[in-house]
Ligand binder design. Structure first.
Ligand code: PMV
Length: 326
């Protein structure tokens, strides 16, 4: 095979948080599921001294960066995760050279489905294949988490773990625990508010609240931890009524932390009005998506209610496969 022309195609899934957002930034567990909406990346070695990137979904066309600038010049927001992943991979494995990178996404980066983590995981696996390097999932997580922290400064890494391992995971901050939960597709409806939320801003909002009300906020984190542990048991026993109630508790506690918003609340309550077992915001809050747990008989009504209240329903299957070569 002509190594210079070899091309690797890799894809990684997006994610949805079922329980434990925000508390997971503070050392508590969360439950995250990978969804069947994926980001695909094509990587090819080139004979020149540039990193070329095409990412049409974020309006990046014909972007190129000279290799010597990779370590010295700041990257535009749309390509910073790819560039940082290339940079840290080159450094760790002492390799280098020109690359042509193209991305294709099955979901908008506006949804809060974890496009940055998915693209990071996909870039790392593609590079490992391209440069013939063995990289375990844990090594990929550790390097990917460095990428995330370098750019975002904050974050638990749960979305990166979902992109790498796939399935549904019980995850503790920084990957201290990553446990695969053996669950089938979950009966969820996802509603998108149409608002793009900024995760780092919301994490800092909770941090400020914690600084002013440490006892109260710590109590909320502990309660979220308990309901996440309970949620894991209820998910295993397919006790959907119990899962739904715990989702409602979780939403209430997130609301108390100040990370819900009118648009999310509307969708969360409309889903309940439609007969969902339970519903909650999913992710950082402030916009993005909410999830509702439904029965086959309430699914369509819940979807209609969400749309009637101004949301967009996104059809997903949960427990999708982690990063893979296509
Ligand atoms: O913004 P999202 O959907 O990736 O979710 C963020 C979840 C937080 O717990 C607030 C942050 C984190 O990194 O765990």
């Amino acid at each position: 095979m002509n190594q210079e022309n070899s091309k690797v195609i890799v894809s990684a899934p997006g994610k949805l948080l079922l329980f434990g957002e925000h508390a997971v930034v503070w050392g508590k567990p969360c439950i995250v599921t990978a969804v069947d909406k994926r980001i695909k990346i094509h990587i090819q070695k080139t004979n020149d001294e540039f990193i070329w990137i095409e990412a049409p979904e974020v309006k990046v066309n014909g972007y190129k960066k000279p290799l010597p600038d990779l370590h010295s010049k700041k990257s535009p927001k749309e390509v910073e995760f790819i560039e940082e992943a290339v940079k840290l991979f080159f450094k760790k494995y002492k390799v280098g050279g020109g690359l042509k990178i193209e991305t294709q996404s099955q979901f908008s980066s506006q949804f809060g489905f974890g496009s940055s983590s998915a693209v990071t995981a996909a870039t790392l696996l593609a590079l490992a294949k391209l440069f013939n390097k063995e990289m375990s999932k844990q090594e990929m997580f550790d390097l990917g988490y460095d990428v995330v922290l370098k750019i975002q400064k904050v974050g638990s890494g749960f979305d990166l773990a979902a992109a790498i391992w796939g399935g549904t995971l019980y995850f503790i901050t920084g990957g201290k625990k990553i446990e695969q939960l053996n669950l089938t597709d979950l009966p969820l409806v996802v509603g998108y508010t149409g608002i793009k939320a900024d995760t780092a801003t919301l994490i800092n909002k909770v941090k400020n609240l914690h600084a002013s009300y440490p006892r109260l906020v710590n109590t909320i984190f502990s309660e979220i931890e308990k309901l996440t542990v309970q949620g894991k048991k209820a998910l295993y026993s397919k006790d959907w009524q119990e899962v739904g109630k715990l989702m409602n508790f979780n939403h209430g506690l997130l609301d108390t932390l100040g990370v819900s918003c009118l648009e999310l609340s509307k969708l969360v309550y409309s889903a309940r009005m439609g007969g969902a077992y339970g519903s909650k915001l999913s992710g950082a809050g402030g916009g993005d998506c909410m999830v509702a747990l439904v029965t086959p008989s309430t699914k369509e009504i819940v979807k209609k209610e969400i749309e009637r209240t101004g949301g967009t329903v996104i059809d997903v299957k949960t427990g999708a496969q982690g990063v893979r070569v296509e």
